[in-house]
Design a protein around this ligand. Structure first.
Ligand SMILES: [Zn+2]
Length: 362
């Protein structure tokens, strides 16, 4: 019997009778993180990492969550389960499942780039690794964060010098806070959309240091005056072209996403600038993580799973894909660019500030 297998409700562990990030309602769900395409309502019991608790409760309502620290093991039926840092967003985890001496690790979404808003990805040894592959093509390579934030600062500084606000669109959960923590907050005031501010609160409560932010709640507030002083405005993609943005009429705008690496992506978003910024591993990061796991069998899910599996197979690994209705580019988290049919996730973001870009999060 396999340690994990695919069932209609998602990835299932027969020995422990639980699911990992299930999409159908189940009795026990182990969650990798609080992005909307991984953490759904309707399960009877949840297990998640402690730092994810605030965001999960804000999004799922009053549900029963067993919150554990990284590396803290739980015995569930015949399985030993523990969570390990995935470096993706606050509280994001890889799930390690050990049954009868065989270890499987489910990465969930992850990145290897340093990010001060969450604990760094930690390689976990596994016999079998189930890895995401949102950006599983060799064209995807991220710049070092220092260079990325220098670029954002330079853009913001230039606009501020002209008294113009700088509006950057980024997913409300994860990417927005990474921008806040990464920019040079001495350049000017920072204004956050309500959907972002809700999550800022969760980060601050979890002990993550973020610069001071203003949240406009009505006309002629401090935030509006700050806009004239060249503020940085952080808003979810769903806020683009909404009345909320009208308070920054002469703003320069930008979009932050891994998909900005694609030719034409900035133009399709109709923004002045595109910053290539992802909370997923790039191609070299995926390969590094897979190698560090020591796994001899790899399942690729999400995004470019077939491409990654083919590459690994050519290099002698036993690599396969998990093809499921939920595991496609449409739902991969940074999910915007491949589809772009009016931003499915917009409603999600506007609603609870979970994550713009709808079901996923990239
Ligand atoms: Zn995610």
């Amino acid at each position: 019997m396999a340690v994990l297998e695919l069932r209609p409700a998602g990835l299932y562990c027969p020995a422990g009778d639980f699911y990992i990030d299930p999409w159908g309602p189940v009795d026990r769900a182990v969650l990798t993180h609080a992005h909307a395409d991984h953490a759904r309502r309707g399960h009877a019991r949840y297990l998640a990492q402690r730092d994810a608790l605030g965001v999960l409760l804000a999004r799922l309502g009053p549900v029963s969550i067993d919150a554990v620290g990284y590396g803290e093991a739980r015995t569930i039926g015949g399985a030993r389960v523990s969570l390990h840092p995935a470096g993706h967003v606050l509280g994001s985890s890889q799930v390690r499942v050990e049954v009868d001496g065989e270890t499987w690790v489910v990465t969930g979404d992850y990145k290897l780039d340093p990010d001060p808003t969450c604990i760094a990805f930690e390689p976990v040894r596994a016999d079998v690794l189930i890895t995401e592959s949102t950006f599983g093509l060799p064209i995807y390579r991220w710049s070092p964060p220092d260079r990325l934030f220098a670029e954002i600062d330079e853009w913001w500084r230039g606009n501020a010098a002209q008294g113009r606000p700088s509006v950057v669109y980024a997913y409300a959960f994860g990417k927005a806070q990474r921008i806040l923590a990464g920019v040079d907050a001495t350049i000017g005031p920072i204004i956050c959309h309500g959907a972002v501010e809700v999550l800022n609160r969760c980060y601050r409560e979890a002990g993550v240091a973020l610069p001071a932010t203003l949240a406009p709640t009505g006309p002629a507030r401090a935030a509006d005056r700050a806009a004239g002083a060249g503020a940085l405005v952080v808003a979810p993609p769903s806020a683009q072209s909404t009345p909320w943005l009208r308070r920054f009429p002469d703003a320069s705008d930008a979009f932050a996403s891994g998909w900005m690496q694609l030719r034409g992506a900035r133009r399709r978003r109709s923004v002045d600038r595109g910053f290539v910024m992802s909370d997923h591993a790039d191609w070299p990061g995926l390969l590094r993580a897979i190698e560090a796991s020591g796994a001899t069998r790899v399942y690729a899910t999400h995004g470019y799973a077939a491409s990654l599996a083919r590459y690994l197979t050519d290099r002698g690994l036993d690599a396969r894909t998990f093809e499921t209705r939920e595991f496609d580019a449409q739902y991969s988290g940074e999910q915007e660019e491949p589809a772009l049919p009016g931003d499915g996730g917009a409603a999600v973001d506007a609603g609870g500030g979970a994550e713009a870009g709808g079901p996923p999060d990239a």
